[in-house]
Unconditional design. Structure first.
Length: 246
């Protein structure tokens, strides 16, 4: 199976890598949508509720800081490093990710080549003026007042730079992801259940456009039936030899 995988990558000239939570669980970051996780214990806060209610904003930030306790200190694993190596060699043109942990950038993938469909949880932004706010600053304000933070520039609403339930997908990132997908000759889906749309539609777009589709995931996915190669195995140990990492 590894030889087949290697062959798929060797004969491709423009590879797009698409990653989900599975690549980061090997860094100790929980898949927050697995049974027993935080999302199954409480209802999500929709974007319109966040905008409308200071109380919901306060609760959203409380949850954010609680979740961050499970993420802080996480480092890129062999899977991230293998992807970064393939980007560095020029084989991979873009990394499209559903993850918000910044680990692809931390592994050495240039930020310009990472397309974050669900945003980034390592900083916050003002929803009014777009000013970036660092989380340490936001946490200090929250702890001091127990109130949702306001923008230091325009006094607007500050929110984690992630896409919330009910919030529109980022137009620029969706456009860039579609362009990269249509330009690739191999689409490599890694660590994603391929159930969350519209993000999960990109492998289908690639396949319909004539690209080869390889899926690497521990569990079966709904798109296994259309893939050219399916590997159900651990991500880091599978990718590292392909990228010739020690």
């Amino acid at each position: 199976m590894s030889s087949d995988f290697k062959r798929e990558i060797e004969r491709a000239s423009r590879v797009v890598v698409f990653t989900g939570a599975g690549i980061s669980t090997e860094s100790g970051i929980p898949d927050f949508r697995s049974p027993g996780d935080i999302w199954t214990k409480m209802s999500p806060i929709n974007f319109d509720e966040f905008i409308r209610s200071p109380e919901m904003r306060r609760e959203a930030w409380r949850r954010k800081f609680e979740i961050d306790k499970t993420i802080i200190g996480a480092e890129p694993n062999k899977g991230h490093m293998a992807v970064a190596k393939l980007v560095d060699t020029g084989k991979v043109t873009h990394v499209i990710t559903q993850n918000i942990d910044n680990l692809h950038q931390n592994s050495g993938v240039p930020a310009a080549k990472v397309i974050e469909l669900h945003g980034n949880g390592t900083y916050a932004k003002c929803l009014d003026c777009g000013l970036r706010h660092e989380l340490d600053e936001v946490r200090a304000l929250y702890d001091a007042s127990d109130e949702p933070p306001a923008c230091r520039s325009c006094n607007g609403i500050v929110k984690s730079a992630t896409v919330s339930f009910g919030q529109a997908m980022p137009e620029d990132e969706m456009r860039r992801a579609e362009e990269a997908t249509l330009a690739c000759d191999l689409f490599l889906a890694i660590g994603s259940s391929l159930q969350v749309y519209p993000a999960a539609g990109f492998p289908v777009v690639a396949k319909r456009n004539g690209a080869r589709l390889v899926i690497l995931n521990r569990e079966p996915t709904e798109l296994d039936r259309i893939a050219d190669l399916v590997i159900h195995d651990e991500i880091g140990p599978t990718l590292a030899p392909i990228a010739m990492l020690n």
